[in-house]
Design a protein around this ligand. Structure first.
Ligand code: GDP
Ligand code: MG
Length: 304
């Protein structure tokens, strides 16, 4: 594509990453944007909000949306996730439909692919995790997934090792149009810092706990303030649904919660470049996932 850029213009546009949970969307976004903006975990559905990452190059700006995993909604939070993903598809200039090449196409991949086709937005098929595939397996995966829709391009990548990410980036930027830089050049995400802090704490909870906890925890940053000595003080509530979960999350003599705090603090200090003091409280709020008022208070929004 040849694009004439006027003064002040760059090639810019909005790109959505879609795919069923666990295919590697957050990992890819983090890799492309070059800084952690979206949490990753080996448990599905860790991304609830719509998180935007901004990739800046001298003549180009790409704004990424990491969508919540599309899945059959089981409760109100599930509905919000699906709606957010759907509206994202029609709003963007390009969709990256991501799949896990190490697993054969499943029902959910087909479902997501159909949403992408219905949206009529230009789409690229991204077959991820090729670091774990033999050549034969890769060829088979490419052919199988390609049948799920009509894609402008198909590209195998490894979000983990970065293999082929430069080729993917080229495919993306070729599809951007001359336009403004929508965000300041130093922007990485438009999420408030408190949201990133909450997501990092939640990620550590998911890492350190087993199946009982993951979908039942919400993190709310109640206070975030810079102290005189330069330390950022954060008080956050970790909401669980049942008393038994509260015990699990706190751990023996507070050991698990302490570890959550330690891991989150280390990551926050590396990310923001200053010292953090985390004051974490575990609270029980029964059925928080089914209460609309609570969802809004915890920052889960329904855009459309
Ligand atoms: P999301 O749910 O689609 O956002 O997926 P995540 O980015 O959270 O990744 C899910 C899991 O897959 C994590 O354990 C990642 O480390 C792993 N993963 C992501 N990309 C790759 C990849 O390219 N290769 C391999 N082997 N694992 C990957
Ligand atoms: Mg994710």
């Amino acid at each position: 594509m040849t694009s004439e850029l006027s003064a002040g213009e760059v090639l810019s546009g909005f790109v959505a990453l879609v795919g069923r949970p666990n295919v590697g969307k957050s990992t890819l976004l983090n890799h492309l944007v070059g800084r952690k903006v979206s949490i990753t975990s080996d448990k599905p559905q860790t991304t609830r909000n719509r998180i935007v990452g901004v990739l800046n190059r001298p003549d180009c700006q790409v704004i990424f949306f990491d969508t919540p995993g599309i899945h059959k909604p089981l409760h109100r939070l599930g509905n919000i996730m699906v709606e957010t993903a759907r509206s994202t598809l029609t709003e963007v200039d390009l969709v990256l439909f991501m799949v896990d090449g190490t697993r054969p196409p499943g029902e959910e991949d087909g479902w997501v692919a159909r949403q992408v086709m219905v949206s009529k937005t230009r789409a690229i098929l991204v077959v991820n995790k090729i670091d774990a595939l033999t050549t034969d397996q890769l060829i088979q995966a490419l052919a199988q997934f390609n049948e799920l829709g009509d894609f402008e391009a198909v590209i195998p990548v490894s979000a983990l090792t970065g293999q082929n990410s430069d080729r993917l980036l080229k495919l993306i930027t070729e599809r951007m149009e001359p336009g403004p830089r929508y965000y300041p050049e130093d922007a990485v995400t438009d999420q408030p810092e408190s949201f990133i802090v909450a997501e990092i704490v939640r990620e550590k909870v998911l890492r350190l706990t087993r199946a009982e906890i993951p979908h039942s925890v919400a993190v709310q940053v109640e206070e975030m303030a810079e102290r005189d000595d330069g330390t950022t003080y954060v008080r956050a509530n970790l909401f669980v649904e049942r008393n038994s979960q509260k015990g699990i999350l706190i751990g023996q003599k507070g050991s698990l919660l302490k570890e959550v705090g330690k891991m989150a603090r280390e990551e926050l200090e590396a990310l923001f470049g200053n010292r953090f003091f985390l004051d974490l409280w575990v609270k029980v709020m029964e059925d928080w996932r089914r209460r609309p008022g609570t969802l809004a208070r915890l920052g889960y929004r329904q855009d459309k």
